[in-house]
Design a protein around this ligand. Structure first.
Ligand code: 13P
Length: 253
């Protein structure tokens, strides 16, 4: 089964309206030269519309970093996946470690977000990953299995709308990229668990991205691992000088 890689930029709470728009234009121009891969960017909510306009005419997908799992209602300060869809968003990032750990999002809340995001006709990228303490206590696979259980709610009609990002918390923003073999072991385990939750066919076709200090000089080695189907990039996605080479990187031989 060949899985088309996804190269994605999570811009987190960075950039100005002008910088995000300019970066979107540069990403669209760079991606135009790449084939056989998908590209997506996740700007902050308030930049979504500007970025959307600057991606117009390209095949770069527009992503949102979060949502609230209700269609509408009295939820001051929150944003519904239906509003995001209406805005032209294609993909929703759910369960990013910064939301799990800094905003105390629970597995139960994440399940609701996955469910409603898909119902709102968005693609969903579910983020999973262990902390350093969990890795050192040999709990990595246990944590991944628990977090991946959120996929249980995915109905067969949405099977081709989901992807997973494995982002070990200790590798995010630290420069401590997981060694390609370490990433491969975790990805392989994620695929095995997904097979148990959604069946072998989905396990074979779902894209599992790696995230955590991905840079132009380590992306090829990561992409060359058999179960690594792309990268979710934070810091290095904020300038075209770094994100450009990542978008065009090929697996190393
Ligand atoms: P960094 O690439 O900055 O480590 O961030 C990774 C990440 O959290 C992407 O979602």
């Amino acid at each position: 089964m060949t899985r088309q890689p996804i190269l994605a930029g999570n811009w987190k709470m960075h950039l100005t309206k002008r910088k995000a728009s300019a970066l979107a234009r540069d990403v669209a121009a760079t991606q135009g030269m790449a084939t056989g891969r998908e590209c997506m960017v996740f700007p902050t909510f308030v930049h979504l519309d500007h970025v959307r306009r600057n991606l117009k005419g390209s095949n770069v997908k527009l992503g949102a970093q979060n949502c609230w799992p209700k269609k509408e209602g009295a939820f001051t300060g929150e944003i519904s996946p239906y509003m995001l869809r209406d805005m032209g968003v294609d993909v929703l990032l759910i369960g990013h470690s910064e939301r799990r750990h800094l905003m105390s999002e629970s597995d139960a809340l994440i399940v609701e977000k996955v469910k409603l995001g898909l119902k709102a006709k968005l693609e969903v990228m579910l983020c999973v990953g262990e902390t350093l303490e969990e890795r050192e206590a040999n709990l990595t696979f246990e944590v991944l299995a628990r977090q991946l259980k959120a996929l249980k709610v995915v109905k067969p009609i949405y099977f081709d709308k989901i992807s997973v990002a494995y982002e070990p918390v200790w590798a995010i923003g630290t420069g401590l990229t997981a060694a390609p073999e370490t990433a491969q072991k975790a990805h392989q385990e994620c695929r095995r668990v997904i097979g148990g939750v959604l069946g072998p066919e989905v396990a074979g076709s779902i894209r599992i991205l790696y995230g955590g200090s991905v840079k132009p000089d380590n992306v090829s080695a990561l992409l060359s691992q058999p179960d690594v189907d792309g990268a979710l990039v934070g810091g290095a996605s904020l300038t075209i000088e770094q994100f450009g080479p990542i978008l065009q990187a090929a697996p190393s031989a």
